[in-house]
Design a protein around this ligand. Structure first.
Ligand code: ZN
Ligand code: ZN
Length: 364
């Protein structure tokens, strides 16, 4: 079968024939990959910045059809041969015994995306850029009928990550939420989620391509589109962004601002802007992870009671909830598809910053 392999950091994928994976054992299932989406983390990995071992088959957000199941796969989770599933790369074969695995929240006992001993498909184990892939039945969710594999794949990292950020304990009750980097892969899904969740969304970006995507998203949202306020960070003062969609006449400046800001770009400048547009008691959710530290003003934490939290890709129950929500509200990613043998062209276009999500369609 055909696979795209990172053999050397800083070089294109090597497209080569390799043997099909062995039959699934334990909780594993074998899937025929139908669509595989390219994520920024794939480029970070391929550049060598995550210090992982090579060779490795990339891709940690994909979708496929189950063709074989292991002996320990639970019968009550909708996983069977012939079923289409979405696969987030996190937590392949967690240990089942650590604190995380034994405190899984609403997920299956023994399974946690935070298990430090679990593998990550596309990073520490082979991922979705191959025709067949072994995955853990506990990391996947069945796809709703009507949701195509090419639409489902980008939801598995980008979608689930921003869904989890919007459902962070400190964000759930926020009514005014800013998304910095809103026109990118995560952001353009987050804007749709947040608007349908009933929030006022201040969608902030700083390049024409992304702002164009945001205009299309806003129009496509119908009546909930009125909850989306687009701000061009290049030309809008932070004071104006703080007050977007809010009647700020006569209000003290400490009462103006957003309840929550989700930070997607890897930049201190974006972080600093996010802190400025939060109101007192607001929360900054850091989703990006720049190589260097982010500097936080203790003054903001102490005198303004701002919280800074991080958010990782979501849990399995959140994955299932997100898929239901996407179907119910007809949310879609801006997707451009490529045939598998053009993966390296996809990567070049990704580096040109096309916006939206670039996805391999394995069925063409
Ligand atoms: Zn990702
Ligand atoms: Zn564990």
């Amino acid at each position: 079968m055909l696979a795209a392999v990172v053999e050397k950091f800083g070089e294109p994928y090597t497209m080569k024939q390799i043997p099909r994976p062995s039959p699934p054992e334990g909780h594993d299932i074998l899937i025929k990959v139908l669509a595989a989406s390219y994520c920024h983390t794939d480029s970070v990995f391929a550049a060598g910045d995550l210090s992982q071992e090579l060779p490795r088959i990339g891709c940690h957000e994909f979708a496929g059809e189950v063709v074989a199941i292991g002996p320990d796969v639970a019968g009550n989770r909708g996983i069977a041969t012939g079923v289409r599933v979405g696969v987030p790369g996190r937590a392949y074969r967690p240990c089942g015994a650590c604190y995380e695995c034994t405190h899984p929240g609403q997920d299956e006992m023994g399974y946690s995306p935070y298990c430090p001993h679990a593998g990550n498909l596309g990073l520490t184990r082979d991922g979705g850029f191959q025709e067949y892939c072994l995955v853990d039945s506990r990391q996947v969710a069945p796809l709703p009928e009507g949701l195509s594999a090419t639409q489902a794949a980008p939801l598995m990292c980008a979608g689930l990550t921003i869904w989890a950020a919007l459902h962070h304990d400190k964000v759930q009750s926020a009514s005014r939420v800013g998304i910095i980097g809103a026109g990118g892969g995560l952001g353009h899904l987050g804007v749709q989620f947040a608007a349908h969740l009933g929030k006022e969304v201040i969608a902030i970006d700083a390049n024409d391509q992304s702002l164009g995507i945001l205009q299309r998203i806003k129009q496509g949202l119908g009546y909930v589109g009125s909850r989306v306020h687009i701000a061009d960070a290049r030309s809008t003062e932070t004071d104006d962004i703080r007050a977007v969609g809010q009647d700020s006449r006569g209000a003290p400046s400490t009462e103006i601002g957003l309840d929550a800001v989700i930070l997607l770009p890897e930049s201190q400048r974006a972080f600093d802007m996010g802190m400025k547009i939060l109101r007192n008691h607001g929360v900054m959710v850091v989703v990006s992870f720049p190589k260097d530290k982010l500097a936080v003003s203790a003054h903001d934490l102490v005198f303004r009671d701002i919280s800074v939290v991080g958010s990782l890709v979501g849990r399995n129950h959140q994955l299932r909830e997100m898929l239901d929500f996407v179907t119910q509200h007809e949310i879609s990613a801006e997707v451009k598809t490529f045939p598998f043998d053009q993966l390296n062209q996809l990567v070049i276009q990704s580096h040109q910053g096309l916006g939206g999500k670039l996805v391999i369609d394995m069925t063409v």
